[in-house]
Design a protein around this ligand. Structure first.
Ligand SMILES: NC(=O)c1ccc[n+]([C@@H]2O[C@H](COP(=O)([O-])OP(=O)(O)OC[C@H]3O[C@@H](n4cnc5c(N)ncnc54)[C@H](O)[C@@H]3O)[C@@H](O)[C@H]2O)c1
Length: 448
């Protein structure tokens, strides 16, 4: 920080600890966001403390194992052998941390409303150990006003004063699991404090581990910016998803259209259509704003419309599958359909909100015999309304492809042999343009 603080205040003491990298960084929630973040602070030389309610995750980390495939295992082994790494399910241990970063889930409730229980619960845990000189940052994606309006009232019950005794900021996570050209350390990080000192301390902290930190004036700006990013994505994906059936009816390949349009060097960013939205973020986060907007008398029509279009894609894929089967004189009832890819996007093992689950459900409901292959998801244990569809991935070989009446591509993982599919399938239904480079496709081919 430019102006050093008086040496005896909680803020200046924390400032010194961050500068000396002796501040212990605690991360609450060691999932897709929390674990890479813990790794980033560990690699930046800070002592780190991971806290999660999931004992299995803590045990794995103690054993030097990573449960997130895309992160590899080297870092977990290195951490487990270091005295600068601790992981625990004991919430009291968080009292040892100088910084506590919350990376807990923010799902939707039964009626599409924000489920704030994880943020509330973890903030209550922090309140139990809160002491002078701690910095608390929230990273979970949420509606604007959460940090100040939901978290601080819980922390304030301790009697400690924010901005003087302890410090609070919001810093959204932009992690994109599986992305090769960026990591936690290289993605610019927005930071907004609930007051000036909190903002400065949080900026200093993240700047010690992350290449580029972008301080913004308030926590609310940072919260809203994260939602804007995800809504932008959701709406633009909906736009190309809407164009997909329209252009297909005109016998125009939507992927070729997007590739042509993206040659414009300004004013256009390419988004590609697919079988629907998946993951923990894009299908969920926009509705946090929708919910909050109602409090202020606003309707978020773009968000609702985008949701409607994106949610209709699995049904479109089913319709195209039926049309494809029709081309090879088969009905959906009794057809053997081999689904390729269950994860919500290529090269990850994450099935949260995957459109594949809805597609599999619809296939079963239409009487198809369904199997799937996904090299990253050996078992689909079902989820929420898909609990009954517990299945194991089948091996992908010529026999499996030949036996299927239809190979339905839902996720285009990079290590799948598309040529083998093109050489052996009777019918390929492709919702990802995965077969673009396969020539020739011997059987029938339908884009979905
Ligand atoms: N996954 C992503 O790519 C991504 C990207 C950007 C932002 N986000 C946001 O980050 C947040 C976390 O997402 P995630 O994908 O890491 O979720 P996750 O489910 O992978 O991880 C959350 C972890 O929190 C733990 N947990 C739950 N309650 C807890 C509690 N009370 N105390 C301690 N640990 C607890 C869970 O056991 C789990 O390990 C969400 O708000 C999400 O929207 C996620």
């Amino acid at each position: 920080m430019s102006d050093p603080m008086p040496a005896t205040t909680p803020a200046s003491q924390l400032e010194q600890k961050i500068q000396a990298r002796t501040a212990t960084v605690g991360v609450v929630g060691l999932g897709y966001v929390g674990l890479p973040l813990l790794r980033a602070f560990f690699q930046a030389g800070f002592p780190v403390l991971g806290y999660d309610v999931d004992q299995e995750k803590i045990d794995k980390l103690h054993n030097g194992e990573s449960y997130l495939k895309h992160l590899g295992t080297d870092f977990a082994l290195e951490m487990s052998q270091s005295d600068k790494f601790h992981a625990t399910t004991d919430e009291q241990k968080l009292g040892d941390a100088d910084v506590i970063i919350l990376c807990v889930p923010t799902p939707l409730g039964k009626h599409g409303e924000p489920d704030m229980s994880y943020i509330t619960r973890s903030t209550e845990i922090v309140a139990k150990v809160l002491r002078k000189g701690q910095l608390i940052t929230l990273e979970s994606t949420t509606y604007p006003g959460t940090t100040r309006g939901d978290c601080i009232p819980i922390l304030a019950k301790t009697g400690l004063v924010v901005g003087e005794d302890y410090f609070v900021a919001y810093s959204p996570e932009r992690e994109d699991p599986g992305r090769q050209n960026h990591s936690t350390q290289t993605i610019p990080k927005l930071v907004g404090g609930v007051d000036e000192v909190s903002g400065k301390l949080a900026t200093l902290l993240y700047g010690a581990a992350i290449a580029e930190v972008v301080p913004v004036e308030t926590a609310e700006i940072a919260e809203a910016a994260k939602l804007l990013e995800n809504i932008y994505r959701c709406v633009n994906i909906a736009l190309v998803n809407e164009l997909k059936p329209v252009l297909a009816s005109m016998n125009i390949d939507v992927w070729k259209v997007v590739d042509a349009a993206k040659t414009k060097p300004f004013g256009f960013q390419a988004f590609y259509p697919g079988p629907g939205l998946g993951g923990h973020c894009i299908p969920i986060d926009p509705y946090y704003l929708t919910w909050k907007a109602r409090e202020f008398g606003h309707h978020t029509r773009f968000i609702e419309l985008a949701g409607e279009v994106n949610n209709s894609m699995p049904s479109y894929v089913i319709r195209r599958t039926m049309e494809g089967l029709n081309e090879v004189s088969k009905s959906m009832r009794g057809a053997k359909v081999l689904v390729i890819g269950l994860a919500y996007k290529p090269d990850v093992d994450d099935v949260r909100e995957t459109p594949a689950a809805e597609i599999i459900k619809l296939l079963f409901e239409h009487g198809a015999e369904v199997s799937y292959h996904d090299p990253h998801v050996p078992l689909f244990a079902g989820m929420r309304k898909y609990m009954e569809y517990r299945m194991h991935s089948v091996p992908l070989d010529q026999d499996a492809i030949k036996q299927a009446d239809c190979v339905l591509i839902v996720t285009n993982h990079s290590n799948i042999d598309w040529q083998m599919i093109g050489d052996n399938a009777r019918l390929v239904v492709d919702s990802r343009n995965a077969m673009a480079d396969v020539l020739p496709i011997k059987g029938a081919y339908v884009q979905a």
